[in-house]
Design a protein around this ligand. Structure first.
Ligand SMILES: Cc1cc2nc3c(=O)[nH]c(=O)nc-3n(C[C@H](O)[C@H](O)[C@H](O)COP(=O)(O)OP(=O)(O)OC[C@H]3O[C@@H](n4cnc5c(N)ncnc54)[C@H](O)[C@@H]3O)c2cc1C
Length: 574
C-alpha cells in the first residue's frame, strides 16, 4: 500500500484548505493537500457568489466593532465571541492576502475597494465586498497558482475515510485513491480538517452531493467535540421549479434585495412583513422560517415553494440590461443563455423554497483552530461556533480565509516542534483490516442486496422531511429511527452496481454512508435536544426563542459506541 509521509496534511482544497496549506508551507518543507475530487471542481468555494464580508486596513475602529456586533446579532448571540473577534479583526488581512495573490475586488471609480452595507438594513457595518459574479473561479485562478509556486504537493481524487489515532492523538489519515481504487495512507505530524459542510445529506440543497460531512464524522470518531449541529442554514433563494434546477440559487437575486423584489404567497401577499419589520432585508433564518410557515399553512406556490416576485423592482432610471452589465455580468450572460430578453425578468415571478445551504455548527475549535485532539486542527465550514445560530451572508468567505490562515500557521508551527511520527502495530493492523473490509464491499452479492442510490435517496429525503427547516419532537425521533434502521438493515447489504476499482463512485458513495449516518444523527440529536426556535433551528413545537434556558451550545461527544448530547456555556470574549 502507498504511504505518504508529511509534516502537515491538509484534507480539503476549499478556500480554508488552500489558505491553510499556503501558510503551513511557510513553516515546514513538506505539506500535502488532498481532496476527494479534482481541485476547483469538488468544493463549495468554487460555487461562491460575490459576497465577502470584511473590513479594510485603515478602517475606523467603529466599523470593526460594528462588524463584530452584526455577526453576533446575525448569529442570534450564540456565537463564540473569541472566534468572532478573530474573524472580524483579521478580515482585512484576509482580503490583503487574496489581493496579494492577484485577486482584484471591485473598485470604486477612484480606485478604492468598493463595499456596501452588510446583509440587513438593521446592520450598520460597511463590510460587503464584491467581486465579479464568478468569485469562486477568480479565487481558484489565484490559489492554484500559489499552491504550485510554493511546491505544495496536491493529491486530488483521494477519499479520506478516517483519521489515524494513537494514544488519543492524530498521526495521519487513511483513504482510497479514487483514480486507482487502491488504499492510501498519510502519516503526518499535524493534520488539518478543511472538509466543508454537510448539505449533501439533504435532498434539496444548494451545494454538492459530495458534501457528506466526512470531516465532522472523522473528528467525532477521533474524540473531538462537535457543537450546535442543529443549526443548518437554508438559502432563501433556491429554485424549486423547474425540477431540473431544484436547489440552484437564483443567480443575482441579492442584487435586487431592497430594490422592490418581493416574497409572495399563493394569495399574492408579500408575507415577510408579517414576520419581521425588515421584510425582504431580514436575515436568512427569518426568511426560511417564514417560507416554511407559509408552505405548511397551505399558502405555497404551485410547485410547493413560494414566489419571488421581480415585478416591483426599481432600477433608478436605468434598464435591467445596463444595470446587470454593471453589477452582475455573469447573471446577464446566464439570462441570455436561457434565451430570455433581460427586460422580461422584470415581469417574472419565480418559485423558490428552502434548501440546505450552510452548516453553522461543527467541530469545536479555539482561536488557534485546535480541536482538543492532539495533532488535529480544523478550519472552514467544518467548524462550529463562529456563526452561532445563523451565518450572515458573505461571512463564510471571511471565515475560510481568516481561519485558513490561522490554522495553517498553527499546524505548521506545531509540526515543526515535534519529531517523526510512526505507525504503531495496532494501527498497521487497523489499516489492514479496513483495507480488507473496504475491498470486500465490491464482492457483495446482488441477491437480497440493496442499491446505493436507493439508500442515498432514503437518507436525503428523510433528513429533509424530518430534520429540515421545520422540525418537531416526533419527526426528529422518527428520523433517528430511520437512520438506525438503515444502519442495521440496509448498510450491511448495500452493494455497488459497478464492480471495478477505478473511479468507482458507487463504491465511494457506500463508504460515505457511514459518515452520513453519523452526521445525520448529530443534526437530529442536536435539534431534538434544543427545545426552542433560534436562528436556523425552527422547532414548530417550541416556536419561541428561549434565552433563559438556551443561550448555550449543544455539545456532542462519542462515548464508547454512544453519541451523547449535553450543553456548554457560550464563550464570552476573554
Ligand atoms: C451556491 C453557493 C453560493 C455561496 N455563496 C457564498 C457567498 O457569496 N459568500 C459566502 O461567504 N459564502 C457563500 N457560500 C458558502 C461558502 O461557499 C462555503 O461555506 C465555503 O466555500 C466552504 O469552504 P471550505 O473551504 O470550508 O469547504 P469547501 O470549499 O466545501 O471544500 C471542502 C473540501 O474538502 C474536500 N473533502 C471533503 N471530504 C473529504 C474527504 N473525505 N476526503 C478528501 N477530501 C474531502 C472536498 O473535496 C473539498 O476539496 C455559498 C455556498 C453555496 C453552495
Amino acid at each position: 500500500m502507498v504511504t505518504i509521509e508529511t509534516d502537515v496534511l491538509v484534507i480539503g482544497t476549499g478556500g480554508a484548505g488552500c489558505r491553510a496549506a499556503i501558510e503551513a508551507k511557510k513553516h515546514v518543507d513538506n505539506v500535502v493537500i488532498v481532496s476527494k475530487g479534482p481541485i476547483s471542481k469538488s468544493e463549495l468555494t468554487i460555487m461562491t457568489m460575490p459576497g465577502f464580508d470584511a473590513t479594510l486596513p485603515g478602517d475606523e475602529e467603529g466599523n470593526v466593532r460594528r462588524f463584530f456586533e452584526d455577526t453576533m446579532a446575525g448569529g442570534s448571540f450564540l456565537n463564540d465571541e473569541d472566534l468572532v473577534d478573530v474573524l472580524t479583526k483579521q478580515s482585512s488581512e484576509a482580503v490583503m492576502f487574496l489581493e496579494g495573490l492577484g485577486v482584484r475586488f471591485d473598485r470604486t471609480p477612484d480606485g478604492k475597494i468598493y463595499r456596501a452595507q452588510g446583509e440587513s438594513e438593521k446592520y450598520t457595518s460597511d463590510i460587503k465586498l464584491r467581486l465579479d459574479d464568478n468569485m469562486g473561479r477568480t479565487f481558484y485562478n489565484a490559489l492554484i497558482g500559489e499552491l504550485a509556486r510554493r511546491q505544495i504537493f496536491l493529491k486530488e481524487d483521494v477519499f479520506i475515510m478516517d483519521l489515524l489515532v494513537i494514544d488519543g492523538g492524530v498521526v495521519g489519515a487513511f483513504g482510497i485513491d479514487i483514480r486507482k481504487g487502491e488504499p492510501i495512507t498519510f502519516l503526518s505530524k499535524a493534520t488539518i480538517l478543511a472538509t466543508g459542510g454537510a448539505g449533501g445529506l439533504y435532498s434539496i440543497r444548494t451545494g454538492s452531493p459530495r458534501d457528506t460531512g466526512d470531516g465532522f464524522a472523522m473528528a467525532y470518531r477521533a474524540g473531538a467535540e462537535i457543537i450546535d449541529m442543529e443549526f443548518l442554514q437554508s438559502n432563501p433563494a433556491a429554485l424549486v421549479y423547474p425540477e431540473s434546477v431544484r436547489g440552484v440559487v437564483t443567480p443575482g437575486w441579492y442584487l435586487f434585495m431592497g430594490k422592490g423584489i418581493k416574497y409572495t404567497n399563493k394569495n399574492g401577499e408579500a408575507f415577510l412583513e408579517r414576520y419581521d419589520s425588515r421584510k425582504e432585508m431580514s436575515t436568512r433564518d427569518v426568511k426560511a422560517r417564514a417560507m416554511h410557515t407559509e408552505i405548511v399553512h397551505g399558502r405555497a406556490s404551485e410547485h410547493g415553494g413560494i414566489y419571488l416576485d421581480f415585478k416591483g423592482i426599481r432600477l433608478e432610471g436605468t434598464t435591467l440590461e445596463t444595470y446587470l452589465k454593471k453589477n452582475s455580468p455573469h447573471m446577464l450572460n446566464y439570462v441570455k443563455l436561457c434565451g430570455l430578453p433581460p427586460e422580461k425578468i422584470l415581469n417574472e415571478v419565480i418559485e423558490i423554497g428552502p434548501a440546505a445551504h450552510f452548516t453553522c455548527g461543527g467541530i469545536k475549535i479555539n482561536t488557534r483552530c485546535e480541536t482538543g485532539v492532539k495533532g488535529l486542527f480544523a478550519a472552514g465550514e467544518v467548524t462550529g461556533g463562529i456563526h452561532g445560530a445563523n451565518r450572515l451572508a458573505g461571512n463564510a468567505m471571511t471565515d475560510i480565509f481568516v481561519f485558513g490562515g490561522v490554522v495553517g500557521n498553527q499546524a505548521g508551527t506545531y509540526a515543526k516542534s515535534i519529531g517523526k511520527v510512526k505507525l504503531s502495530k495496532v494501527l498497521k493492523e487497523f489499516i489492514k483490516a479496513e483495507e480488507k473490509r473496504v475491498v470486500s464491499i465490491l464482492d457483495r452479492k446482488e441477491k437480497n442486496g440493496v442499491k446505493a442510490a436507493g439508500v442515498r435517496k432514503k437518507i436525503e429525503e428523510s433528513m429533509f422531511t424530518y430534520a429540515g427547516f421545520g422540525r418537531d419532537e416526533s419527526g426528529l425521533k422518527k428520523e433517528l429511527s430511520i437512520l438506525e434502521e438503515i444502519k442495521g438493515d440496509e448498510l450491511p447489504r448495500v452493494y455497488p452496481v459497478d464492480r471495478s476499482r477505478i473511479y468507482n463512485y458507487d463504491w465511494i458513495q457506500i463508504l460515505e454512508f457511514d459518515n452520513m449516518m453519523e452526521v445525520g444523527e448529530m443534526i437530529a440529536r442536536g435539534a431534538l435536544y434544543r427545545k426552542e426556535t433560534r436562528g436556523c433551528q425552527n422547532r414548530t413545537d417550541f416556536p419561541e426563542k428561549d434565552d433563559k434556558n438556551w443561550q448555550k451550545h449543544t455539545l456532542l461527544r462519542k462515548e464508547g459506541d454512544r453519541m451523547t448530547v449535553t450543553t456548554s456555556p457560550r464563550r464570552a470574549i476573554s
